[in-house]
Design a protein around this ligand. Sequence first.
Ligand SMILES: O=C(O)CCC(=O)C(=O)O
Length: 196
Amino acid sequence: MADDALGLPSLPPGVAYFEDFLSNAEEAMAEARLDAGEWSNVLKRRVQHFGYIYDYKARTVTADAYLGKLPDWLHCLAERLVRQGYFTEEPNQVIANEYLPGQGISAHVDCVPCFTDTIVSISLLSQCEMVFREKFSPAVIAVVLQRRSAILLKGRGRYDWSHEIAARKSDLIGSVKIDRTRRISLTFRRVILGAA
Ligand SMILES: O=C(O)CCC(=O)C(=O)O
């Protein structure tokens, strides 16, 4: 983790990090709801899509990919993200990613024509390191995402920096090796309709 003099994590511009976004009870509820649902094996890691299906191959979201409103428990979180000022318009698409130890997500910028300028990812069950790389410079910033935290990507942090999670079983946090356990993330976005 890159720390500044105050011991706070340094973050790319437009990125904000919040610990304890979820309570323990909310984390447990979210895990139970997801495990009662249907995980898809379309990728190396398992995923569930809500609101709209995102087409990973075509990198699009189309109107006919609409699945219906977010389920109540996700809608409550989406409303909270607006109430607390993270989003100006309510997010209407959520992807749950499950990472078993050794699994990650390659460097990417979330589809620009598909989603508005704000992305929020909530971490459940395990910490992990997320690495940001600036597109037009060698700048790299690693941020440790603790379980139950939220990370917000907006502006330059959303468009000019890629983010990734290395596919490994542990992270070096400070100088301590911390084993990963099963991690689930919930990434909230707002679809730009008619973009595809
Ligand atoms: O697991 C995460 O926190 C990030 C997920 C992500 O980058 C994505 O779904 O595009």
